[in-house]
Design a protein around this ligand. Structure first.
Ligand SMILES: NC(=O)c1ccc[n+]([C@@H]2O[C@H](COP(=O)([O-])OP(=O)(O)OC[C@H]3O[C@@H](n4cnc5c(N)ncnc54)[C@H](O)[C@@H]3O)[C@@H](O)[C@H]2O)c1
Length: 343
């Protein structure tokens, strides 16, 4: 990858060529490709090659232990060993799930990510978080595990549905908001043509944080901005069997948590209004009816970052500046939900 600030295991270019080079340089016992029905149809043909495929169903409801069991059974029947490689070809969900399944198969087999959505390329492929949902709580089971390499190719975006692509901007906007004002300013509209440079800028933002705190003991919690409320909204929709796109839930979470940042984090009114305006302009925001507020609070009480039953937030102090460990009472949280629902 040229002129990059990313680790050397991040390769950007033609996925088929980069995968072939990686396989040649490493002698894996066998290679298995994890796909869902969409990446099988649209992305697998771009890889060429003839590897055994493991097919899972797309959708948050399938980010589950049941799907892991299917992956482990398929690896078993395809003769995988702990010297084999699992190639995760898909979005953030598939990479989280495949990374988790690989990290425990025979106490850990190698895996690589070939992310095929904007969220996965611009965010989730970096940082080593893998996991699955459990009892309707987002990413409740998981482990930190690093892929042997990550292959980035914007050619995969050609087949990505417009709604998926647009919602993917939420995580890029978040990176700009918490750490890089210039990235936030650069993102003026959600274009459907994504340049590799934009992916690099977004990942560089995340890397600067993750390098300092790989296992989320402190600073890395900044990356959860928008996610305490966003994950609760995503989980609530999942319970209703009407899954939202992750980026859409995060976009709603960003508005609510910017409201909290305005009242409790030192964000100016002008910046708060600018954030609301840009989020509304970029991403179609989900409805969060008042009748949902109570169940959102119940879900937030289960958030992994909480301590002593208090709900933990990362808040903005300005655009491009944020801080961690704001414990807010439920009244404040409800006020942010009211603001969102009645805007
Ligand atoms: N590990 C992390 O740090 C991290 C960070 C952010 C989000 N996430 C997770 O990522 C998930 C959301 O990411 P996502 O939206 O990429 O997930 P996804 O894997 O669900 O992909 C979204 C949809 O796009 C389809 N798809 C993927 N690539 C395609 C392509 N090139 N062409 C056509 N269709 C394609 C998929 O089949 C799926 O239907 C959530 O589960 C979230 O929790 C993880």
């Amino acid at each position: 990858m040229k002129k990059t600030t990313l680790p050397s295991s991040f390769l950007q270019g033609h996925a088929a060529k980069l995968l072939a080079e990686h396989l040649q340089a490493n002698s894996y016992g066998s290679v298995h490709i994890l796909v869902d029905e969409n990446t099988k149809k649209h992305c697998l043909p771009l890889l060429k090659g003839n590897y055994p495929v493991i097919l899972i169903k797309s959708g948050e409801a399938n980010k589950s232990i049941k799907t892991c069991e299917k992956i482990w059974s398929a690896l078993e029947s395809q003769g995988a060993s702990r010297h084999s490689l699992l190639v995760n070809l898909g979005g953030g969900l598939l990479c989280d799930l495949g990374g988790f399944a690989a990290s425990v198969y025979m106490r850990g087999m190698a895996f690589i990510h070939i992310p095929t959505t904007l969220i996965a390329q611009g965010d989730s492929c970096l940082g080593g978080k893998t996991g699955i949902n459990f009892l309707h709580y987002k990413n409740h089971l998981g482990a930190f595990a690093e892929p042997a390499c990550v292959i980035l190719d914007t050619a995969f975006f050609t087949s990505l549905p417009k709604r998926e692509l647009i919602s993917g901007y939420a995580e890029l906007l978040k990176h700009g908001l918490i750490a890089k004002r210039s990235l936030w300013k650069l993102l003026e509209q959600a274009t459907l043509k994504i340049e590799p440079d934009l992916i690099q800028k977004s990942l560089a933002c995340k890397l600067a944080i993750v390098r300092k705190d790989p296992h989320e003991k402190g600073l890395r919690k900044l990356l959860n901005f928008g996610h305490t409320i966003g994950h609760a909204i995503e989980s609530a929709y999942l319970r209703k069997d009407q899954p939202l796109l992750h980026g859409e839930a995060v976009a709603a979470g960003i508005i609510c948590e910017s409201y909290l940042s305005y009242f409790h984090g030192g964000l100016s009114k002008k910046a708060f209004e600018a954030i609301c305006e840009k989020m509304e302009r970029f991403i179609p925001l989900p409805e969060v009816p008042q009748t949902m507020h109570r169940s959102l609070l119940t879900l937030m009480r289960k958030d992994k970052k909480n301590k002593d039953k208090r709900i933990n937030f990362s808040l903005l102090n300005g655009i491009g500046k944020a801080s961690i460990d704001h414990y807010l009472d439920e009244e404040a949280i409800v006020a942010s939900l009211h603001f969102y629902s009645s805007r």
